[in-house]
Ligand binder design. Structure first.
Ligand SMILES: C[S@@+](CC[C@H](N)C(=O)[O-])C[C@H]1O[C@@H](n2cnc3c(N)ncnc32)[C@H](O)[C@@H]1O
Length: 217
């Protein structure tokens, strides 16, 4: 019965249920709370991961023993902090942000959380910054959470620079409910799914906007 309900699209999560389980499983310490609240505090778009999605990143990093991690799309540093919390000893996160103001807020949050030595915030268009990172390859994980039209290019870069068994993670993979639309960016997002499925053993976790997770073949 439960399977039939999930196939029919039934949703059991209510805001109260999510608040309860987040309070049990994914509580924020002071550093996480500061990073999570920062977009609203600084007049930035509040488009960071949900707490449970952030904790998922931490657990995934721990599961693979991640040492070298790349993030595309920093905002205020919430997901970068979540990634940093899952690093193995001596590990490092490179996170890329186009907007220098976002990058500065993120740096402040990461310093306040005590991980400034483990996270580098790189400023500029991700495609340019990714090229600068290639000497550090191979990476253990790449998390994509920025401009959706470039997702196929980010996935290609990830496929070329992740180690075998490394993780690709991509947020907003339902493209805000427009994945099947007849628009250029929806087409790019569908291409992203195809590329990931070819180079990775992958799935799309049905978070509110779809979280692609793939293991590099
Ligand atoms: C959804 S937010 C990232 C949220 C963040 N991952 C989190 O969960 O805390 C997307 C960010 O990507 C940045 N961005 C957009 N296009 C970009 C590009 N071409 N290169 C680098 N960053 C970009 C935006 O400025 C924005 O801060």
């Amino acid at each position: 019965m439960a399977d039939q309900d999930s196939r029919s699209g039934a949703r059991y999560a209510t805001p109260d249920i999510v608040a309860f389980v987040d309070g049990v499983h994914v509580r924020h310490d002071a550093g996480l709370a500061r990073a999570f609240d920062a977009p609203a505090q600084h007049g930035m778009p509040a488009i960071q991961l949900a707490p449970a999605e952030g904790k998922t990143l931490t657990l995934l990093m721990r599961m693979i023993g991640a040492c070298k991690v790349v993030e595309v799309g920093t905002l205020a540093g919430y997901s970068a902090l979540r990634l940093a919390h899952g690093l193995s000893a001596g590990g490092h996160v490179w996170t890329i942000e186009l907007d220098p103001r976002h990058a500065q807020v993120a740096r402040d949050n990461l310093a306040a959380a005590g991980v400034a030595d483990r996270v580098s915030v790189l400023v500029g268009p991700a495609l340019e910054q990714l090229e600068q990172l290639t000497p550090h390859a191979p990476f253990d994980a790449v998390f994509i959470d920025a401009d959706k039209g470039n997702y196929p290019l980010y996935a290609r870069w990830a496929a070329a620079h992740l180690r075998t068994g490394g993780l690709l993670i991509g947020d907003n993979s339902y493209f805000f409910g427009q994945l099947l639309a007849d628009t250029p960016d929806a087409t790019h997002m569908r291409e992203f799914h195809q590329l990931v499925a070819e180079a990775f053993d992958s799935t799309c976790i049905p978070t509110p906007d779809g979280l692609v997770v793939g293991i590099r073949r």
